[in-house]
Design a protein. Sequence first.
Length: 392
Amino acid sequence: MNILFLASWYPTPTNPHFAPFIKEHAKAIKTTENQLVVVAFVVHRSKLFFKKKINDFIDENGIKTVTIEIFTRFRDIVYHAVPLQNFILKNIVKKRLLPDFQIDIIHSNVVFPAGVLGNYLAKYFKKPHIITEHWSGIEKYLKKPIINCWIKKSYKNADAILPVSNFLKNNILRLIPDLNRHCGLDPQSPEFHVIGNIIHDKIFFYKEKIKNYENVKLCAIATWNKFKHTAKQPELFIEGIGNLPKDFKSKIELTIIGGGNMLEEMKQMCERQGINAIFKGALPKNIIAEILQNSDFFVHATNFETFGVVVAEALMTGTPVICSNTTALPELVNETNGILCENTIENWTEAIEKAFSQNFDNQQIANSMRGKFDYFSIGKKFDEVYQLITKH
C-alpha cells in the first residue's frame, strides 16, 4: 500500500531535531512492504513577512520526503489558518506526488493541524485516514470554538486513532467521550490502537552489570528546562537522596544527562545536599546507552509523560527505574522492574531506600522489553492497522 505520511511536527532542514519520534515512526513503516512518502508542513516563527520553502529529497532512511516550511512573523496566525495550509498542501501533493504515487491511506501525526489537514485530504481524495497521536495538549484547543470543531470532526471521521499510550487514549476519550464505540455511545466511531514510540534496540540493550555496593550509580536524563508549567521535577530525587542517612548517601554517584536552564539550580541543590553529582550535558544516544548499561538505577521525577521514551530506554538496558507514578509511566514500570512513587520528597526517599533493598533481575528486565518498541515490531503494528482499515 502507498501511505501518505503527513506531519506538522517533523525534522526539517531548518530544524533537524524537531519531533524526531515522528520520523522514527516513518522509519518503522519503511520496514514493512508498504511504500510511504512523508509530507511535513512546518510553520516557523521568523522576521520575514511570509516565505515558503519546499524541499523534495530522499532521506537517510531511503524515504521520499517533501518538507513545506513557512517562515513568517505571523506564525501563530498561519499555524492556525488551516484553510490556507490545506490549499498549499493540496496543490503540492497533486503537483509533486501524483500521478506517480497513488495514495491508498493518509496517515496523519498529531491531530492539530496535521490531523485536520489529513481529514480534508482524505475527503478530497476519498481515501482512509488514520491519526497517530503524540499530543496531550488538545484540551486547551478544544476551548477554541472553530478549532474545537476541526479537531472533533477529524477524530470522528478518522478510520483509526493510534495514541502512543493508554494514558493518551484515555485522555482523548475523557475529553471527547462520544468517540468510544466500545461503550456503545457511537458504533461508527474510529477504532483505537495503542502503538508506542520507537526505542533503538541496537543501541539500548542489556550488558551484564557489575554491582559495586560501595558505590551505587544512579542516572537521570531529561531536558532540564523550567517553564510556566514545568513537567520535570529533579528536586524530588535530589532532595530524596539528600534525606538519606549520611553513610548511605555517601555511596551514591548521580549522573545527570541533558541540557537546559535548570542545570545551575540543580548543581546548587546537589552541592547543598552533599551529593556526588556528575553533570554530563547533552550526549548522543550511544553514549547515553553506555552510561545506562553501567548504572544501577534510573531516576525520573516528572508530573507528565505521554509515553516515557527515556524510561523505556533504561529498561531496555536492564536498568531498574525509580519514577513518578503518573500519566503513562505505570504502563512501563511495575514491581518487577522498578519502583513507582508519588511526587513528594518523603515518598521519593522511601522509594530510593526500597529500591536499594530489592534484588532486581536485570537480565529479565531487559528481556521483558524485547520485541515491543523496535522498528520491526512497531512497523508490523502499523501494517496490521493498514490491513484492517482497508478491509472495511
